[in-house]
Design a protein around this ligand. Structure first.
Ligand code: SF4
Length: 311
């Protein structure tokens, strides 16, 4: 099949005809973001996922996100274009490591949403990069277990002042954000000295220290509205740059070209066309794990709701 012949508009037409809502993560290629009904970060996708009216969803992202949407929509049919689109960080934390950490510490386990269903099922509460600081602040405990991202754990520790213990520790990180090279960012800054540096909290502390703003992708989208600058260096997966350009026409956003998640890019116009045409590949989750994961996800929603009511 010649990819050039597949018109993204055709994917939308078929999706509509077959009753699919298209949901895409911010890190998808721009052609796929263009055809989606909803584009967002993990928190936005989770919130939207609780309100979806259609019976079928075509999800464009990686497996743990598709599974969470399935958990929140047990009766719906969820399909993805590429079954092997996974997240190396999510699988870096094992059941045994969580059990061991729980045995050694009397503390709740906060699972970052970028984790497997099994990890979420073992958690006391789930969080996203947009609300990790808020969720941990709202817990009564002064010590929490947090995983799998060690960099987000250190950011939450810095912001809350709590004893945030990362599990699995040094081996828990996102390769896209953890391996980013400071020199590459500083070189972009040299070329655009007026640009502000916006970084995702999955980056290491050394990069956060050089940044003007640290936040999730949804928070990055909001930040330019509060800034009088017109140029921004975007220190997260390259797909986010297209989203920002669309959200803020007239402003300039510079990508860190090395920040590419190869798993997110496994979804293409071609395999998305095949997915919706043939209504494949359907996501299935274990009922038992889904029930336990749902409990931890609902706790996140409850904590956020209680904080909203108190404000
Ligand atoms: S960007 Fe990082 S955390 Fe997100 S899916 Fe890719 S590897 Fe996983």
């Amino acid at each position: 099949m010649n990819e050039a012949l597949i018109i993204p508009k055709e994917i939308r037409r078929i999706a509509k005809e077959k009753g699919y809502m298209i949901i895409a993560h911010n890190y998808q290629v721009s052609e796929l973001q263009e055809i989606a009904d909803i584009v967002g970060d993990s928190l936005q996708l989770a919130v939207h996922a609780t309100k979806i009216k259609t019976e079928k969803i075509l999800f464009l992202g990686v497996d743990f996100m598709a599974e969470m949407i399935k958990v929140l929509n047990a009766e719906k049919k969820i399909i993805v274009p590429e079954r092997s689109a996974s997240c190396p960080m999510a699988v870096s934390l094992s059941r045994d490591e969580i059990a061991e950490a729980k045995k050694n510490h009397e503390a709740p386990f906060v699972a970052y949403v970028n984790s497997t269903l099994e990890t979420k099922a073992m958690a006391d509460v789930v969080c996203t990069s947009a609300n990790a600081v808020e969720v941990v602040s709202l817990l009564d405990d002064t010590t929490v277990l947090f995983g799998p991202d060690k960099n987000l754990a250190s950011y939450v520790r810095e912001k809350t002042g709590k004893n945030v213990i990362p599990i699995p520790g040094e081996s828990g990180y996102c390769y896209v954000h953890d391996r980013v090279c400071l020199d590459e960012i500083l070189r972009i800054k040299e070329q655009h000295p007026n640009a502000l540096i916006m970084a995702h909290p999955e980056v290491p502390e050394s990069i956060r220290g050089e940044s003007d703003f640290v936040g999730s992708t949804s928070q990055m989208e909001e930040f330019p509205k509060r800034s009088n600058r017109d140029e921004f260096i975007v220190v997260t997966e390259i797909g986010m740059v297209e989203r920002l350009k669309k959200a803020h026409p007239g402003r300039k956003f510079f990508a860190v070209e090395s920040m590419i998640c190869t798993d997110m890019k496994l979804n293409t116009v071609q395999n998305t066309f095949c997915a919706v045409s043939e209504e494949r590949w359907e996501i299935a989750v274990s009922e038992e794990l889904a029930k336990e994961a749902r409990r931890a996800i609902d706790r996140m929603f409850d904590l956020m709701e209680s904080a909203r009511v108190e404000k």
